[in-house]
Design a protein around this ligand. Structure first.
Ligand SMILES: Cc1ncc(COP(=O)(O)O)c(C=O)c1O
Length: 496
């Protein structure tokens, strides 16, 4: 049959697609889930509207601890970035007689350098990989970080790291037998993109008892099992520092990961967006690019993802990020370039911000003092808040919490009373979802149930950021403790 000139034998039966309904749109869109912005956040917004309309609730403010979005909770942006961005957006400011009094000379010099090399400035499309001058500055930053060269032509600037992950999934996944090894618990961008692009999430469990450690043997076991079932393992996602789990991989563990990828011919997707968020003096971030270079590894393809959203910068709304591709056949690199060009380019303000993050003021530059003060204070404050939240959570009855070594989150393991588990089942919800929803209703605190990240069967967790500003952290901790105790009083002693 030929309908509208389209043959069924090529495209399948002509299904109605107007009006659009859940039954006739792409089922992968319907199946994809993204818990950090799910049902609990929708309810939080409703409660916020009620407060706005003057309704009395048990709290006077909704506190969004569900997502690492620091400026939404009041974090001040880093001055240097905003000054350069302001001048790039409105270059006429530089002609103002007062400009020299408002903007340090290195800010003006940086804006001039970028504007001279980005034809049309921030309002014009750039090269689809990102403006060369910005990729050069990012490459310089990567070289300083790792001590190895970085070719700007291997860098793709993206609208946040999320877009880089989408591109890698598009590139790697060919059919439903293609799998990606993904940590559990995971950041749900991975499960969602795997669903969208038609691949399978091959789980490897992080071990909570040993600080959410990564076991190479488990990667092997899962890979061999998947292969024995006729599946193809195409990539390994490593999130370091971890989200939602907050652990930092040891160098030795990273070496083993690279060796595993080499032995098994698996591409490595290194999500390194929290590289600036390290809170333990005895731990350090090492990029997988450095590990590859240390090992003189030329066969493992690596995609290293970075973002302006996290770190101490927290410029989530600007949407900036990069993917550095290493050990990629130039012909494949050309395909990635083509893929990027289908999006024309990432937004240029985000690109500029990414370059500023990777190439900040240096000691001796007029902006350095303020920049360093702001950076140090933001990181010190995040660390204080991480310590406080960890202490609060660990003291709750039936709760254990791995110390967050990095990133922006705590992921407490909650033992729930049987009464609560049954009550959750009655309303068709996961027990940790049930706990988080009640936490929201009674305290205004928005968290994400562990089930949204996937977790070991029979265990319950939730994830919370430690981004509440310091003056409010004590009050929030008190609300949390009060809620937890009343939850246990209502549903009984927690299961051990
Ligand atoms: C592990 C991880 N990767 C990627 C992202 C995406 O960040 P963005 O797209 O804002 O750069 C996030 C955001 O929370 C994240 O936690």
């Amino acid at each position: 049959m030929v309908a509208n000139g389209v043959s069924d034998s090529v495209n399948g039966p002509q299904a109605s697609c107007s009006p659009l309904s859940l039954e006739n749109i792409n089922p992968k869109v319907v199946q994809a889930q993204y818990a950090v912005r799910g049902e609990i956040v929708i309810r939080a917004k409703e409660l916020e509207d009620k407060l706005h309309d003057g309704e009395k609730l048990p709290f006077d403010k909704v506190l969004y601890c569900n997502i690492g979005n620091p400026q939404q909770l009041g974090q001040h942006p880093v001055t240097f970035y905003r000054q350069v961005l302001a001048l790039c957006d409105y270059p006429e400011l530089m002609d103002n007689a007062q400009a020299q009094n408002i903007f340090p000379s290195d800010v003006i010099a940086r804006a001039k350098k970028y504007l001279a090399a980005i034809p049309g400035g921030t309002g014009a499309y750039s090269d689809s990989r990102g403006a060369m001058v910005l990729r050069q500055d990012i490459a310089k930053g990567i070289e300083e970080r790792d001590g190895y060269p970085c070719d700007p032509d291997n860098l793709f600037l993206t609208d946040g790291a999320s877009q880089g992950v989408h591109s890698m999934m598009r590139l790697l996944l060919r059919n439903e037998k293609d799998c990606i090894l993904t940590p559990i618990p995971q950041y749900p961008l991975y499960s969602a993109t795997l669903t969208l692009y038609g691949g399978e999430l091959l789980p490897y469990y992080l071990h909570e008892e040993t600080g959410w450690s990564l076991d190479i043997n488990e990667l092997r076991e899962q890979t061999y099992k998947a292969r024995s079932e006729g599946k193809s393992v195409r990539g390994l996602v490593v999130i370091n520092p971890g989200n939602p789990t907050g652990q930092i991989l040891s160098y030795e563990n990273q070496v083993d990961v690279v060796k595993f990828c080499k032995e098994e011919g698996i591409a490595l997707l290194a999500d390194e967006v929290y590289q600036a968020n390290i809170y333990r003096p005895d731990k350090a971030f090492t990029s997988f690019k450095k590990v590859l270079c240390d090992l003189k590894e030329k066969e493992v393809t690596l995609a290293s993802m970075m973002s302006i959203s996290k770190g101490f910068y927290g410029e989530c709304g600007r949407r900036g990020g990069y993917t550095e591709l290493v050990n990629l056949d130039p012909k494949v690199l050309a395909e990635v370039y083509k893929l990027a060009s289908i999006n024309l380019c990432s937004n240029v303000n985000g690109q500029i911000c990414m370059a500023l993050v990777m190439n900040p003021p240096k000691e001796g530059d007029p902006s350095y003092k303020l920049y360093a003060e702001e950076r140090n204070e933001l990181l010190a404050s995040l660390k204080r808040r991480a310590v406080k939240l960890h202490k609060t959570l660990s003291a709750l009855q039936g709760v254990t919490c791995t110390e967050p070594e990095g990133a922006l989150y705590a992921m407490p393991h909650i033992r729930l009373p049987q009464g609560a588990i049954e009550a959750a089942k009655k309303v068709g919800k996961a027990p940790d979802f049930f706990y988080c929803m009640q936490l929201l209703e009674e305290t205004g605190i928005v968290t994400v149930p562990g089930s949204g990240f996937k977790q070991e069967e029979g265990t319950y967790h939730f994830r919370t950021t430690f981004l509440i500003p310091e003056p409010e952290t004590d009050e929030v901790a008190e609300r949390l403790v009060k809620f937890h105790n009343s939850f246990l009083a209502k549903y009984g002693e927690p299961e051990q």
